[in-house]
Design a binder for this molecule. Structure first.
Ligand code: SF4
Length: 284
């Protein structure tokens, strides 16, 4: 079977940087903790944990004075303060693009109500909200706009500053933004579409491949929102979309072997997983 692997499939530079630096750190230091999963990919985490890294859910689990990694998603301002109070050595691997959003919302919160378009429970969004402060609101869908407006009305702010989770769907962002501009018509609304190029370009390539090939495997962790988004994008053009975490998941799926098949992968999928899937499909 002919397999076409997307050029932009797999690790984005932010995730790649975090994984490379975490590996270097564990090679040189013992008792390294990582706050939350370093990437939403079980295979990557297993490898790092086998080398000694410990994943924790809260800083309470990290002994005072230890080394802790902050992953590419970033953390809230309060988490940095807590780390300082515990005298932790923070290795901050927050992606530069996420850091830039922290800086933007911190500056704008002085005179603006901050809206973050993104998934409420996503760690990156929680981190951004932490920097945005109390006059802020997360909008996940059009249904949240009225609640956001009611929160905005409680403030004396005449400005609204809108940012996005870096991995949010570009098309969904545009729909929600339009609704915000209509509903906040008496406010001065400034929109900064902080969706990462790596995410947007990967979605564009996925769209293109699904349109041309009509059959696609999308590889990525079950909790990875950018991977889920790739599946949604591909499904706009074909129902023949298989979402898998590793090559093992393909063994239970019957794939139509006629013609070509495309392979895409989310930002937290390592090269090896893509290679395994490619080989498996080629041998079908
Ligand atoms: S998707 Fe973009 S913003 Fe997010 S970690 Fe990767 S490079 Fe950074």
């Amino acid at each position: 079977m002919e397999v076409v692997v997307g050029k932009l499939a797999g690790f984005c530079f932010g995730v790649n940087h975090a994984v490379v630096e975490a590996n270097k750190l564990i090679d040189n230091e013992k008792n390294v903790y990582c706050l939350g999963e370093i990437v939403h990919n079980a295979q990557v985490i297993e490898k790092l944990e086998a080398k000694g890294m410990k994943t924790v859910e809260s800083l309470d689990e990290v002994p005072d004075g230890s080394t802790v990694i902050f992953r590419a998603h970033g953390e809230a301002e309060s988490v940095y303060k807590k780390a300082e109070s515990k005298n932790l050595k923070v290795v901050d691997l927050t992606c530069g693009k996420v850091k830039a959003i922290h800086i933007k919302v911190s500056r704008n919160k002085v005179d603006s109500f901050i809206i973050i378009i993104g998934k409420k429970t996503h760690p990156e969004v929680i981190g951004i909200k932490g920097f945005a402060g109390e006059n802020s609101f997360v909008i996940q869908s059009e249904d949240d706009i009225l609640d956001a407006y009611m929160e905005y009305e409680k403030t004396n702010l005449g400005k609204v500053f809108v940012v996005s989770q870096t991995t949010f769907s570009s098309a969904r962002f545009d729909d929600i933004r339009e609704e915000i501009e209509t509903n906040f018509c008496e406010a001065e609304v400034v929109v900064d579409k902080t969706i990462c190029d790596a995410t947007e370009n990967r979605q564009l390539e996925t769209r293109q491949l699904a349109k041309e090939i009509h059959k696609m495997v999308v590889i990525g962790g079950k909790n990875s929102s950018n991977t889920k988004e790739l599946v949604n994008v591909a499904k706009e053009f074909t129902e023949d979309v298989y979402s898998v975490e590793t090559v093992k998941d393909l063994e239970n799926i019957t794939i139509n072997k006629d013609g070509k098949i495309a392979v895409m992968a989310g930002a937290s999928t390592p090269k090896e997983s893509i290679e395994d899937v490619k080989k498996y499909l080629e041998n079908l």
